[in-house]
Design a binder for this molecule. Structure first.
Ligand code: AHM
Ligand code: MG
Length: 334
């Protein structure tokens, strides 16, 4: 009999004991995320057919227009996380402030979740891949009380799990609990995620650089110099690097994870602190990158060491293959 691929549910149970606090709670939390990502997949797959395309007319806390599907994905994840008594609070890129779950069943909840429910949502109307990013911490205030801001403002190195879902030509869920990175592809007819990418490793080298070169003139000189280097002919292979920028962070990161590459969103005169959010985007992807052998930095410090000061904090972000990020830093930090 042929072995069939392990399902995400089976994998989570099998690896429950790898986790320091092997109580099964984290497994249940991951199951909530798995369920929500299936529902979001269903909504995204019919995006062109229903009334959910286009802007909702509402602005989020950063003054950006939300797409209807942003709201919807946010709602779907919140409900799934609230349904079980594992999570005591959630912070989301789409919400001004964090939400506290304070029903009876949450009285002993030990985890907080930070998420970008639908990243790259400006791509929805043109049928380009989008993603969900999530980051999980144990609360640091005592259980039995409402979650507090300090539970959310923890450095990325405290994450107990993180991952993303990419809604691409197929839906994939990729996550880590600090014991490597594994990727699962949604089998649409069965509705189950199956282990398709075990023990993912980011190649140490690559040829792909991903950056919005439309901002070139606004970047610091070191970043411009590194882009010039990428566009120059490589002396050894006699060919330049290749540029790939989807403008959908999860998709750009996912491609670079598989093929080797660097993604960067630096500070610039248009975005003095960069654009991406430390808590919802950079920390979880940094955790995954490091677990797969890559590097993530703000240009000076390891992303996972940064002490957050506010929920929606932005930081410059350089992430990807080890040798490529090190090369970039040799220009950027000069
Ligand atoms: P969002 O969270 O509002 O979707 O913004 C994040 C997105 C990333 O997915 C993407 O890499 C980046 O913004 C693209 O920004 P730009 O269009 O400035 O290059
Ligand atoms: Mg985002």
């Amino acid at each position: 009999m042929n072995n069939r691929p392990q399902t995400l549910g089976e994998f989570i149970i099998d690896h429950q004991r790898d986790f320091d606090y092997a109580s099964g709670e984290l497994s249940q939390l991951l199951s909530s995320i798995r369920l929500a990502s299936k529902i979001v997949t269903r909504e995204i797959r019919k995006a062109g057919l229903t009334d959910i395309l286009g802007a909702s007319g509402i602005e989020n806390v950063q003054g950006e227009t939300q797409m209807k599907l942003d709201d919807e994905a946010n709602d779907i994840f919140l409900k799934a996380l609230k349904n079980r008594g594992i999570v005591c609070g959630v912070a989301s890129e789409e919400l001004d402030d964090f939400i506290v779950f304070d029903e009876e069943k949450h009285s002993d909840s030990k985890y907080v979740v930070l998420m970008d429910p639908l990243d790259g949502s400006s791509n929805i109307d043109v049928n380009v891949s989008v993603g969900t990013i999530f980051s999980i911490y144990r609360r640091i205030t005592p259980a039995g009380q409402p979650a507090k801001l300090e539970d959310f403002l923890q450095p990325g190195k405290n994450q107990v799990a993180a991952g993303y879902v990419v809604y691409g030509s197929s839906t994939m869920l990729v996550y880590t609990t600090g014991k490597g990175v594994n990727g699962f592809t949604l089998e649409p007819s069965l509705g189950t995620f199956q282990l398709s990418h075990p023990n993912m490793q980011m190649p140490a080298d690559g040829k792909i650089y991903s950056v919005n070169t439309g901002n070139y003139l606004k970047f610091p000189q070191g970043v411009k110099d590194y882009i010039d280097y990428c566009q120059d002919v490589d002396a050894e292979t006699n060919r330049p690097y290749t540029g790939r920028y989807i403008g959908s962070l999860v998709s750009d990161f996912h491609r670079n994870l598989l093929k080797g590459g660097i993604y960067f969103y630096p500070q610039g005169t248009n975005a003095p602190k960069g654009k991406l959010r430390l808590l919802y985007e950079c920390n979880p992807l940094a955790f995954l990158a490091e677990q797969a052998g890559g590097i993530a930095t703000d240009g000076k410090h390891r992303i996972l060491d940064l002490e957050p000061t506010e929920l929606h904090q932005r930081v410059p972000f350089f992430v990807g293959s080890k040798n490529m990020v090190e090369k970039a830093m040799s220009y950027v930090t000069e």
